[in-house]
Ligand binder design. Structure first.
Ligand SMILES: [Zn+2]
Length: 447
């Protein structure tokens, strides 16, 4: 079955002005201006009202946090007091049933914004939530989304020098055993994989050194990615200096994490020398503009990191620090916060979209997604410009970012339509909103 997605209004690809041909879940052909497909096609889909982008890729999130959006215990706080307010509430109230709804809701929101591949830094394992990765694998599969299941971990409670509630931490051996189980069950390294696994201690300051070292060794053994939070706030830098007598990047080096398997969330507070070292090691950085602004954490030095050799991707970050899961909104925020730092001419909509597509794909270690090119997976996000916010807009791709696109009209993953007319296929959105809203009430009552 060869389908020609014909003559888009605009497309983020070179030599595809007349569209592209999808076959067997991949992009089989790009059709240049004035041309027709070289081989015959079975179907033609008219894209003349659509702006076509590569599917967006989200590289950092905490889906369970959709249960504590705009929570009164945490609003108007910076990272550490924000975490201290929320960790006990999460530890005692996140259960398999509400975790499933939270994952379904966040995945659906991401999909509707144009995301086709996602990762979720799931570090919270209170008693009873052992099947968190299995739940997320099922939810992503039912939506037809690609996912890097990111098996996070927390093993230092407050009385052990960390900051987590005792109910939220696990023993190192239990963590490592579950990492191996999840890797064995879900890690597909093949081209076009729908599910991969990464390992992700929450942050160097709330796990033990042994856990950092052993997960790095396991990543080598299983050929998977490694992820953690790093250099998000100045509080963290101070904590690291007091506890380890070194800066966060020095500690990362000490535990064997300075290599191209690693992508870091935030990466705000790096000095010039650290950026040079991270770039040389090809460590990726997930820029989280919305969260960094909400928590007033600072700016990620995206241009310097890319120039040094680090892939830079984009993440919505958790829904308690964003407080949504809309990746197109984060593209717009990335444009704006980076312009504040680098100037209006230095950062374009193409930069922000590159971070959300190619850059994010590189952070996840994938070269089969993130771009519209022959041989890549047929993962596409298509937007119309028919809302009032776009009326009168000139350049269609710029309009998506500048006018604030927030909802894809169609989304294709591996050649299958997963969003049609702005709605996710097979999801009762009203019911999901109602069930998730009811589950989230427990988190307000816990306050
Ligand atoms: Zn985070």
């Amino acid at each position: 079955m060869r389908t020609w997605i014909k003559t888009p209004l605009a497309i983020l690809a070179e030599g595809a002005e007349n569209g592209l041909v999808v076959a067997d879940g991949r992009i089989a052909e790009l059709v240049a201006r004035g041309a027709s497909p070289e081989a015959s096609v079975d179907a033609v889909w008219d894209a003349s009202a659509h702006v076509v982008l590569p599917g967006l890729v989200n590289t950092h999130h905490h889906m369970f946090q959709t249960l504590t959006r705009a929570h009164p215990a945490a609003i108007n706080k910076e990272l550490f007091p924000w975490l201290q307010a929320l960790l006990p509430i999460w530890a005692h109230n996140v259960k398999p049933d509400n975790f499933r709804l939270a994952s379904r809701l966040a995945l659906t929101e991401l999909l509707m914004s144009g995301a086709t591949c996602v990762s979720d830094h799931q570090y919270l394992y209170p008693p009873g939530l052992d099947a968190a990765m299995d739940i997320q694998a099922e939810e992503a599969a039912s939506l037809g989304m690609r996912m890097t299941l990111t098996r996070g971990s927390l093993n230092l409670a407050e009385d052990e020098g960390g900051m987590a509630d005792r109910g939220a931490v696990q023993d190192v051996d239990a963590i490592l055993a579950d990492c191996e189980r999840v890797l064995g069950r879900y890690h597909d390294r093949a081209d076009g994989a729908m599910t991969r696994v990464a390992m992700a201690p929450c942050a160097p300051f709330n796990v033990s050194k042994r856990l950092m070292v052993e997960t790095a060794a396991m990543a080598e053994k299983y050929d998977c990615r490694l992820h953690t939070h790093l250099a998000e706030t100045l509080d963290e830098e101070t904590f690291c200096l007091e506890k380890f007598a070194c800066r966060p990047v020095d500690y990362l080096e000490e535990v064997g994490w300075m290599n191209d398997r690693v992508w870091l969330a935030h990466g705000v507070h790096f000095n010039d020398d650290e950026i040079r070292r991270l770039g040389k090691a090809r460590v990726g950085v997930c820029h989280c503009p919305t969260s960094n602004m909400v928590l007033a954490s600072g700016h990620c030095r995206t241009r310097e990191l890319e120039a040094a050799g680090s892939p830079v991707g984009l993440g919505v970050d958790g829904s308690a620090s964003n407080d949504n899961s809309n990746l197109m909104e984060s593209v717009r925020h990335a444009l704006m916060i980076n312009r504040l730092r680098y100037g209006a001419a230095a950062i374009t909509h193409f930069d922000a979209l590159r971070w959300a597509t190619q850059g994010s794909a590189r952070c996840l270690g994938r070269d089969d997604i993130g771009a519209i090119a022959v041989g890549k997976q047929a993962d596409l996000a298509l937007y119309t410009l028919d809302e009032l916010r776009f009326s009168g807009a000139g350049e269609p791709i710029a309009a998506l970012v500048l006018c604030g696109a927030h909802r894809a009209d169609r989304v294709m993953i591996k050649g299958e339509w997963r969003v049609l007319d702005g709605m996710p296929v097979g999801v009762d959105v009203a019911r999901l909103r109602s069930e998730h809203g009811a589950a989230a009430k427990r988190f307000l009552e816990a306050f």
